[in-house]
Design a protein around this ligand. Structure first.
Ligand code: PFF
Length: 437
């Protein structure tokens, strides 16, 4: 490599940034609404199975490849075989699809924060949410603020921006989630929500349930698009144990989703709300919870500030993929790369935001633009990326060329899962969803 590569200040930097990428709107916003639409308990079961087979294996594989090659995803796959470079490029494309709609949701969070300074507005936020998200100007402006904040952190560079920021945000998130969960669980009817979340109803399981659970795993652990290749490529020494560090990341991510489920579902039952409210679910349940607790407005503000932080660490990681790609492959400066990509996102994100209002009539396959972007990224592009990653690393490079753990049993299980379970599992679920098997 001709130019000096940046690096993490410490190993902790890598763990926190990876956890920061994994823990985000996927856990706190997407998980409850997708689980709610897919039957709760049965969804959770598939979700957990997928996480601890396909998800964890692919995260290990990506991170180990990053440590080994010290390249962006395209460069890393290119080192396995020049013809495989496109897998990395596919990941960059996936990022490009996610950032705009992710930032639209990020904008909703900014709106909540701003409105919580006015008591009358915040009390109405939940009941007027549909109206708010359909507005042609307000959510677009908030989206732009969120996007530009993301861009500013990426612009500052790997250590000064991302690492410092992630160290502050994560602990606060856990504490507040725990406080909220305890409060909700003590509301009347709350246990019905717990039951819904933990009792699988197999009569409701369809091919779509499995595809959605798998899509959620990819989205939530940020795998199948080279995030961990990128982050692990910034490791200075090769002595990191990929298994240990990334194992912690997956554990954390799953834990936050479970905590969120245990907060949102009981609240839905306690307040008699709709389980299948879709993308608005978190934004109508959380304000209700806050209204029911003492100093709720204050806690609500703090929580949404933290949610903003958690979302930001994820969108930063997404933008970082594109930036690293443009810097390494097109030899652009970081500043130019960030500026060009942000401009593109401003345009696409505006269209996505408008799909809740003015453009709501514009549907592809029965889905508005927002849902299309989400479906394409989570249920198609990331699983395809994961499948190709498993084949490229497992078969072309050889799973045994990467060390994820000194523990023989862990290492062997990793190799087996990467070569067999990941490609077969992803393929089976996708073909099943297409009605082909
Ligand atoms: N995992 C993030 C979340 O749960 O919000 C979203 C995400 C980040 C997806 C980075 C993909 C990605 F590459």
């Amino acid at each position: 490599m001709s130019h000096e590569r940046a690096s993490w200040g410490s190993k902790l930097g890598l763990i926190l940034a990876s956890a920061g990428s994994a823990v985000g709107l996927g856990n706190l916003w997407r998980f409850p609404y997708v689980a709610g639409q897919n039957g709760g308990g049965s969804f959770l079961l598939f979700y957990l199975i997928c996480t601890f087979t396909i998800g964890i294996t692919l995260v290990f594989a990506e991170a180990a490849l990053g440590v080994k090659t010290k390249s962006d995803p395209a460069g890393a796959f290119g080192k396995i075989h020049p013809r495989l470079k496109f897998i990395g490029v596919l990941g960059v494309l996936t990022s490009a699809v996610i950032v705009p709609y992710y930032s639209v949701v990020g904008g909703w969070i900014v709106a909540y924060i701003v409105k919580s300074f006015s008591v009358s507005e915040i009390q109405n936020f939940e009941s007027h949410f549909a109206e708010f998200s359909a507005d042609p100007v307000e959510p677009v402006a908030y989206f732009a603020i969120y996007l530009l904040t993301t861009a500013a952190v990426v612009y500052m560079g790997i250590e000064k921006g991302i690492e410092k920021y992630c160290k502050i945000i994560m602990p606060g998130l856990f504490v507040l989630l725990l406080v909220l969960m305890v409060r909700v669980l003590t509301l009347d009817n709350a246990w019905q929500g717990v039951k819904f979340f933990f009792t699988p109803d197999f009569s409701k399981v369809t091919a779509a349930t499995m595809l959605n659970a798998m899509g959620q795993v990819f989205f939530s652990v940020s795998v199948g698009m080279g995030i961990y290749i990128t982050y692990a490529s910034y490791v200075k020494n090769d002595d990191v144990s990929v298994g240990k560090t990334m194992g912690q990341v997956i554990f954390l991510d799953t834990f936050v989703s479970l905590l969120t489920g245990l907060t949102i579902f009981p609240a839905v039952f306690a307040f008699g709300m709709q389980m299948n409210a879709g993308p608005a679910l978190t934004f109508i349940t959380l304000p209700k919870i806050f209204a029911a607790i003492p100093f709720g407005t204050f806690f609500g503000l703090v929580f949404f500030v933290i949610l903003f932080g958690a979302a930001l660490t994820s969108s930063i990681s997404l933008m970082e993929v594109v930036t690293t790609f443009l810097c390494d492959q097109a030899k652009m400066t970081r500043k130019k790369a960030v500026a060009a990509y942000t401009a593109l996102c401003l345009v696409t994100g505006t269209l996505v935001s408008l799909s809740f209002g003015k453009l709501s009539g514009f549907k592809i396959g029965g889905k508005i633009l927002f849902d299309q972007f989400d479906f394409l990224a989570s249920n198609i592009l990331m699983p395809v990326g994961g499948f190709l990653t498993a084949v490229a690393i497992g078969w072309v490079l050889g799973a045994d060329k990467l060390t994820v753990s000194q523990n023989r049993c862990v290492q062997k299980s990793f190799e087996f899962c990467l070569k067999w379970i990941c490609p077969a599992g992803v393929l089976a679920i996708m073909l099943n969803a297409l009605g082909m098997i």
